[in-house]
Design a protein around this ligand. Structure first.
Ligand code: SF4
Ligand code: SF4
Length: 498
C-alpha cells in the first residue's frame, strides 16, 4: 500500500454519507502560476492592484456572456439533493466540498454586487464582499472540483457546479491568480504542440519504436505514421498515449484497428495533443486557440476525417464545441461525423464484421469499466442515446470473455470521477486526488471481492494516469487500469481475413 502523509479514507462495505468536518481541506491549494505561465495565455502575470474591481467586472461580463451561469446563480433553492453527490465531499468530509456550498462561494459574492437585496441588505441574503479571504477560499475550493457534473445529474434544476467552477477560475485568471499546472500545460501546447512538451523528433522516434515492437510481437508491419500528407484520417490523441502505461497500449490498438480495416491514417506533430485544458480554466479564448491547431493540421495534411483517441475531456470539447470553436469543417468527407471517436470507428468495424477478435487473448483478465465523467455526462457517442455507455462496453465484450459492471449507482451518468479530472492531475493536489477517488475505489473493491474483477478499463488519459497513481493508496496494484483499445489490441487477429 502506498504511504501517505494524510489520512487515506477507509473503504467501507456500503457507501456512507460522512459526518462533516469543517475546514479540513482549506489547506489544499495548487501551486499558483508564475508570470511566465500566465502571460502566454494573455492573463496578467500576478495579482493586479485593483483586483476586486477587475474581478467584479469580469463576473458581470461572464454573467452576460454565459446566460446559464446567471440562471444557476439565481435558481438554487437549497433543497440539498446535491450535498452528498460529490466524490470530494464523500472523500474529505469538508462541507465546502458539497456542490451547493461550492457554488455558494461564488453566489454570495454575486449577490453582494449584482442583486438589489445583496447590495442593500447583504446579511439578510448571505451576501459577502469579495475580500482576500474569500479569494483564498475560491482558489482552494474551486480547485477541489473536477468539473465532473455528477451533482448536476441529481439537482432538480440541473444546476451545473462545473460551470460555476470554470467561471470562478476564469475570474481568478483574469486578475492574475492562475493555476500553475493548467496554465503551464496550455503554454506548452502553444509552443510545442502537446501537454508533455514532446518535440517532433521525439514523437517520430517513439512511433518508429512502436512499429518495431509490434512487428517483433506479431510479425505484421503495422504503421504508426506521423505528418503523412494525404492520409484519410487525422488521429488526435492525448500525448500520454505516446509513451505512458497503459495509454501507449491503447495507441498500439488504434494502429492495429486502422491497419486491419485498411484505413490510412496519420498523427500530427503540430497537433500532437487531444487535451484542451482551456476548458478547465473556463477560457473560451484559450480553448479556441488550442482547437484551431487541429483545424490547421487537418488542412495542412489534407485528411478527410478527424478521429479522437481515448481522452475524456478532449472528447467533451471535441464533441460539444469543436465545430463552433474551429469550424466549419466543410473540407472533410461529409459521410463521417466531425469529429469521430476512435471507439465509434472500432465499434462500427466490429458491427460490420470487418475485424476478427479472439476474446480468449484476454482470458487472464476479468474486466470492469469506468465511465469517465466527461464522456458520460458531457457528450455522446454514436447515433443512439446512451451510445457513450454502450459503445465502449460493446467493444470490451467483443474483445473479452469476462466482463462485470460496477454497482448501478456508480456507472453510466451516475459514474464517480476518478478524482484527478478538471485540472487536478498534479502532485501538489495529491491529497484531494486520493480522497476524491474513494467512491470509485469502493465500487471497484466490491466487484473485486464479489466477482473476481482483476482489471478496470477506461477511455480517458486523465483517468488512466490518476488511477495508476491512486490505486496503490487503496491496496490495489497500479497496473489494474487498462485502455479499452489495449483489449482490442490483444484480441485483434491481424492479417488476411479468412
Ligand atoms: S462538478 Fe463534480 S467535482 Fe464539482 S462539485 Fe459537482 S460533483 Fe463535485
Ligand atoms: S440540488 Fe440544485 S437546487 Fe438543490 S441545493 Fe443542490 S444546487 Fe441547489
Amino acid at each position: 500500500m502506498a504511504k501517505a502523509d494524510f489520512e487515506v479514507p477507509e473503504l467501507k462495505e456500503y457507501p456512507e454519507i460522512p459526518s462533516i468536518t469543517p475546514g479540513v481541506m482549506a489547506h489544499s491549494r495548487p501551486f499558483i502560476a508564475k508570470p511566465e505561465h500566465q502571460e502566454p495565455l494573455h492573463f496578467p502575470g500576478e495579482l493586479v492592484d485593483n483586483w476586486q474591481e477587475k474581478a467584479i467586472a469580469k463576473m458581470g461580463e461572464l454573467q452576460g456572456k454565459y446566460r446559464s451561469l446567471q440562471v444557476y446563480l439565481d435558481s438554487c433553492v437549497k433543497c440539498g439533493a446535491c450535498t452528498d453527490k460529490c466524490h470530494y465531499f464523500l472523500g474529505t468530509k469538508d462541507p465546502k466540498n458539497m456542490p451547493v456550498a461550492r457554488q455558494d462561494l461564488y453566489r454570495k459574492v454575486y449577490r453582494r454586487y449584482f442583486t438589489f437585496a445583496g447590495k442593500y441588505f447583504p446579511k439578510l441574503v448571505g451576501a459577502v464582499d469579495l475580500t482576500k479571504e474569500v479569494l483564498d477560499d475560491w482558489y482552494s475550493y474551486f480547485h477541489q472540483c473536477s468539473q465532473c457534473r455528477r451533482c448536476s445529474v441529481f439537482c432538480p434544476y440541473g444546476i451545473d457546479t462545473a460551470e460555476i467552477s470554470m467561471a470562478a477560475r476564469e475570474v481568478m485568471d483574469s486578475i492574475g491568480v492562475g493555476q500553475k499546472y493548467c496554465n503551464e500545460i496550455i503554454g506548452k501546447v502553444f509552443r510545442i504542440g502537446n501537454n508533455l512538451g514532446l518535440p517532433e523528433p521525439a514523437l517520430a522516434d517513439t512511433l518508429e519504436g512502436l512499429e518495431e515492437d509490434v512487428e517483433d510481437e506479431t510479425g505484421v508491419k503495422v504503421r504508426y505514421p506521423l505528418d503523412e500528407e494525404g492520409a484519410e484520417v487525422l488521429l488526435i490523441t492525448p500525448s500520454a498515449d505516446f509513451f505512458a502505461e497503459p495509454h501507449v497500449d491503447g495507441l498500439i490498438g488504434y494502429g492495429k484497428v486502422f491497419h486491419q480495416a485498411g484505413i490510412s491514417w496519420t498523427l500530427s506533430s503540430a497537433a500532437s495533443e487531444a487535451a484542451n485544458f482551456g476548458m478547465f480554466i473556463g477560457s473560451y479564448e484559450n480553448m479556441r486557440r488550442v482547437s484551431l491547431r487541429i483545424r490547421e493540421a487537418a488542412l495542412d495534411l489534407g485528411v478527410k476525417r478527424i478521429v479522437f483517441g481515448e481522452c475524456g475531456h478532449a472528447w467533451r470539447v471535441a464533441y460539444s464545441f469543436l465545430n463552433t470553436l474551429a469550424g466549419p469543417f466543410d473540407f472533410l468527407d461529409p459521410r463521417y461525423p466531425v469529429p469521430q471517436h476512435i471507439c465509434e470507428v472500432t465499434h462500427d468495424l466490429i458491427q460490420r464484421g470487418a475485424l476478427t477478435l479472439d476474446k480468449s487473448a484476454n482470458d487472464d483478465m476479468v474486466l470492469t469499466y469506468h465511465d469517465s465523467c466527461n464522456v458520460a455526462r458531457a457528450s455522446r457517442m454514436g447515433n443512439k442515446p446512451g451510445g457513450q455507455f454502450s459503445i465502449p462496453r460493446d467493444i470490451i465484450k467483443a474483445s473479452c470473455n469476462h466482463f462485470v459492471d460496477m454497482a448501478p449507482d456508480t456507472i453510466h451518468d451516475s459514474t464517480f470521477c476518478c478524482g484527478g479530472g478538471g485540472g487536478l492531475l498534479t502532485d501538489d493536489l495529491m491529497e484531494i486526488r486520493v480522497k476524491g477517488a474513494m467512491p470509485r475505489m469502493q465500487a471497484l473493491k466490491q466487484v473485486v471481492e464479489e466477482n473476481g474483477v482483476t482489471h478496470m478499463a477506461a477511455i480517458c488519459a486523465i483517468c488512466k494516469s490518476q488511477f495508476t497513481k491512486v490505486l496503490p493508496y487503496y491496496g490495489f496494484s497500479m497496473d489494474k487500469i487498462v485502455s479499452v483499445h489495449q483489449l482490442v489490441s490483444n484480441a485483434i487477429v491481424l492479417g488476411d481475413k479468412e
